[in-house]
Design a protein around this ligand. Sequence first.
Ligand SMILES: [Zn+2]
Length: 405
Amino acid sequence: MIGARVLLVALASLGLDSAPAVVTITGVNGEARIPVRTDGSGAPVFAAPALMSALEGSQQVSDGWAEVKVGPRSFRFLLGAPLYTLDNRLQPLAAPATVSHDTLFLPFQFVAELLPSYLSERYRYDRRRARLIDSGASSRAPVARAPASSKEAARLSNGLRSGHMVTVDPGHGGVDPGNPGVFFPRGTREKEVTLAVGLLLRDELKRQGVGVEMTRTSDTLIALGDRGAFCTQACDLFVSLHVNSLARRRGYTDIRGFETYFLAEAKTEDAARVARMENEAVRFETGTAPAETGVGIDFILKDLQLNEHLRESARAADLVQRSLKTVHSGESRGVKQAGFMVLTTARRPAILVELGYSTNPQDGQFLTTRSSQKAMAAAIADAIVAYLLEYERKTSQTQSSGVRQ
Ligand SMILES: [Zn+2]
């Protein structure tokens, strides 16, 4: 168990050494120079009043939250914790928003990443020149693209560069059946559903030009601690597939729908329950010392990549959840965070999809119908391709602006 304070300090100290002393905001009405300050833990921040006047936005602080509006977007920052919500989804930050002497301070990341990604039609951030370029709310003219360099890798028809690798992890297997599947056809358990969808996902990703490594392709048990190891240097994303279930209690068969998790300490009772359930598979494994199964978040936090991976994982989870919503007959239960062991051991961005509830009759049927398995696999594959495209754009921007990684 690790306290929120430790988490906060660890996150705040990562990857922020490149912040400039001043950021220039260039808009249709001229330029504004906004100094970058440092908060109590040394993280770069902006004083919100100066920033909001340059952005023609607004800010309001109440009940431990700061609401910041820019154009059509409304960001809500949890004061003192590296988290914000946008469209009711909780997302991690490199450093928290804080209030000091009645002034709201917003993290540097808000200008360098959040505005350019969520208001991309309006803002672009040039890291090398420390400039936020505001093209004006009404301007939708496409930005002229530089001609592709001859060194650039060949692009596939969907716009992706070739050479991506995704690890697909169908949950459970072998002597570990996963959840028994109350409303699955007789003899079908979670492990069969995750494998069926996993193989379809592999086929769809390959069809779209993405390389795939499977943690399993047959009914075998892979130790939880070993699954993440499939996704190391050459892997872009780790995707674990599972089916949810609830313990027998009043009304438990009414709950249905899908949710996507990324790594964090369990934040809610429900997330803790799902993490316990999926981590339970350890008991099927032999020869795993108990001490080794407790790979904790404190250990992972030492990895300097964690912060970036958390953000990437949150983004991938968000895209998968949105895409599944277009094909799933159950409700979207949202993007959540939990301490899945299978995610803590992956060394790259990692997500876990709970495809539905086997304890609900409609989900039970949906999950075991071939056509809906295919639809789910295609939806997840589309989201992964969208994530990789976005990631490519981000990294090529960074490279072209001369920032070394
Ligand atoms: Zn499972």
